[in-house]
Design a protein around this ligand. Structure first.
Ligand code: MG
Length: 346
């Protein structure tokens, strides 16, 4: 088994602004795992709030690659080993998980969704994200989102109602509202939610700071709309801590170490009666494809990360009438069409 990597920078189509941060690019590390003539691709996407860097990912890959005797077909065992290398490094771990899924799918000649379900089931519509921006840019973004049935709108500033009013001048599509921890008063939050519901907003994501579980529980008990945890939940073990404070959870591969753990989170979330969203960072269509293979198992899909960038080096995910198309090719179904220089790890 050989691991190699390429540092890459994703260029965002628009400056991306949420309640506490703004940026125009996202660093990633693309990885390749080769074994007996097969190649699996993976990715670590590194938005600043994850606190991982390209160098920390490469350092982590070195540790993972030091295991030479691993039976690659026992991939779950290998992923358990990888998880134990360190605390954290969730994006680095996800890159290995994603590449292993691609590799094993190719070796076994089956698409990744077949690891987790018998049949190819229908997928949910994905939402398309509109970040906080000037009115003219918002109009442009809504035009770009034309083929999508649901918008995801970033709120959490003092201008939330103006922002929604502006969008409602352009479109009546349903909206997922992501507050990104931007609210701090529970009564005001509830009042906002009743107003947002009238504007055809379907759910509220992460209204309060991530550790403010008391206010989240108060709001969830009274809200007419589902309240979904994002920043408050990273991995499987976190579900038990937040299960009484939210209606649902937003699972992202970069937070939870990849497809293997995301599937366990879906199962546990279902047992607890939680709604499940599958989300993403800005990512290439490599990581988006990996999430897509689980998306028929969830209630809400927010998998537009590759559509928000201008330099996706993979040719994978296509969209038809607001639905991302799931490939039946072996593995993730991704092809790298941009010749990147991968550097081997020994
Ligand atoms: Mg979010």
């Amino acid at each position: 088994m050989k691991i190699s990597y390429a540092k890459y920078s994703l260029t965002l189509r628009h400056q991306f602004t949420i309640s506490y941060n703004s940026r125009s690019s996202t660093p990633v590390v693309l990885i390749r795992i080769e074994h007996e003539g097969f190649t699996g691709y993976g990715e670590a996407s590194l938005p600043p709030y994850l606190h991982e860097t390209q160098d920390s990912v490469i350092e982590f890959l070195r540790k993972a690659a030091s295991v030479k005797s691993i039976d690659v077909t026992a991939y779950a065992k290998f992923l358990m080993y990888v998880d134990k290398i360190s605390e954290g490094n969730t994006a680095a771990k996800a890159s290995i998980d994603i590449a292993m899924h691609d590799l094993i799918g190719k070796i076994q000649n089956k698409p990744c969704y077949k690891f987790y379900q018998e049949e190819k089931r229908s997928l949910p519509f994905t939402s398309f994200t509109i970040g906080i921006d000037d009115p003219s840019v918002i109009k442009q973004k809504i035009k770009e989102a034309e083929q999508f049935k649901i918008l995801k709108v970033k709120l959490g500033t003092n201008h939330d109602r103006e922002f929604i009013t502006l969008i409602r001048e352009e479109t009546d599509k349903p909206i997922y509202a992501d507050i990104n921890q931007g609210w701090n008063n529970k009564e005001e939050a509830l009042d906002n939610i009743y107003w947002l519901r009238q504007k055809n907003v379907l759910l509220i994501e992460q209204p309060f700071p991530k550790n403010d579980l008391d206010n989240s529980a108060w709001l969830t008990g009274r809200s007419p709309l589902p309240i979904i945890a994002d920043e408050s939940i990273q991995r499987l073990a976190d579900i038990e801590k937040i299960k009484n404070s939210f209606t649902g959870i937003n699972i992202k591969l970069m937070k939870c170490t990849g497809v293997n753990e995301a599937f366990k989170m879906i199962l546990r979330g279902r047992e607890l009666g939680l709604k499940i969203m599958l989300g993403c960072m800005t990512e290439t269509s490599c990581a988006i494809s990996a999430a897509l293979h689980l998306s028929s198992l969830v209630d809400y899909a927010d998998l537009d990360g590759n559509l928000l960038i201008t330099n996706d080096p993979f040719n994978a995910v296509t969209v038809s009438d607001g639905l991302l198309q799931l490939s039946d090719k072996p593995g993730l179904g991704v092809d790298l069409y941009n010749e990147l220089k991968f550097i081997d790890i020994y």
